[in-house]
Design a protein around this ligand. Structure first.
Ligand code: BTN
Length: 234
């Protein structure tokens, strides 16, 4: 028997950003805001996230941070892993994670995750490009349909994601293993943007806390926050 999920889902036709609404307005914990489009969809480090009407699954969940303190440092990684799992329930191809919060098919970004917190709020936002669309040439993004020919069932995907999310505490070790094994940056030379400075480093791995382990000019370092701007094939 399946347990009833604790999330209260609210569907919107359009909004600025589901993360911003949950962060700035007064919603109850466990509210899940799903929208058809976002006019100001946001990504990490103040980047924008294109959220075109009807072409993706764009949603955020408001959680009580005090229930997640034990996994707060790696929550983005765990959410990336559950998102990969939920996508793989409907398609059969290689789906990889790019540290820390992006999901790729055929070397194109098809999903981004934005985890934020404010006071006791923990907000998890997920944007998945589902159906055919043309992105500006400057962005290396695509949709699941464009990469695989498959039109994902959006409602089923949301349901699978919420089920996985509800079990995130119990499954953290397998989710973290999957995150590490299916990460496209491991072993690669990458350009890292840290505090507005770009450095070329070799990625040695991702540790169990979700930190990027790098070789920076012969020195091994652990990185908690940065953006990978370029991944070389070497
Ligand atoms: C990124 O690419 O860095 C993360 C993108 C996260 C996008 C999702 S869509 C739902 C939620 N609302 C937002 O404004 N952002 C997240």
């Amino acid at each position: 028997m399946k347990t009833k999920l604790p999330f209260n889902i609210i569907y919107l036709e359009s909004c600025s950003s589901t993360n911003t609404l949950l962060k700035e307005e007064d919603y109850a914990f466990n509210t899940c805001l799903v929208t058809d489009e976002q006019t100001m969809g946001r990504g990490r480090l103040s980047r924008s996230f294109i959220s075109t009407k009807g072409l993706g699954l764009y949603f955020s969940i408001l959680l009580d941070k005090s229930n997640y303190l034990n996994i707060l440092n790696k929550i983005t990684c765990l959410v990336a892993s559950i998102t990969r799992r939920a996508i793989l329930k409907q398609i059969n191809c290689e789906v990889l994670i790019k540290w820390v919060n992006d999901i790729y098919i055929n070397n194109k970004k098809i999903c981004g995750i934005l985890t934020e917190s404010k006071n006791n709020k923990l907000i998890i936002g997920i944007g998945i490009n589902l159906y055919h669309q043309v992105f500006p040439g400057t962005i290396n993004a695509s949709s699941i349909e464009d990469e695989t020919g498959i039109r994902i069932d959006k409602d089923q995907l949301l349901k699978d994601l919420l089920e996985e999310l509800n079990n995130i505490q119990n499954n953290q070790s397998s989710l973290m293993n999957e995150y590490i094994t299916n990460n496209l940056v491991i072993g690669k030379m990458v350009s890292l943007l840290i505090n507005e400075k770009e450095v070329e480093v070799r990625v040695l791995g991702v540790n169990s806390d979700g930190e990027l382990v790098i070789n920076n000019n012969g020195k091994q370092e652990q990185i908690t926050s940065a953006i990978i701007t370029k991944v070389s094939i070497l």
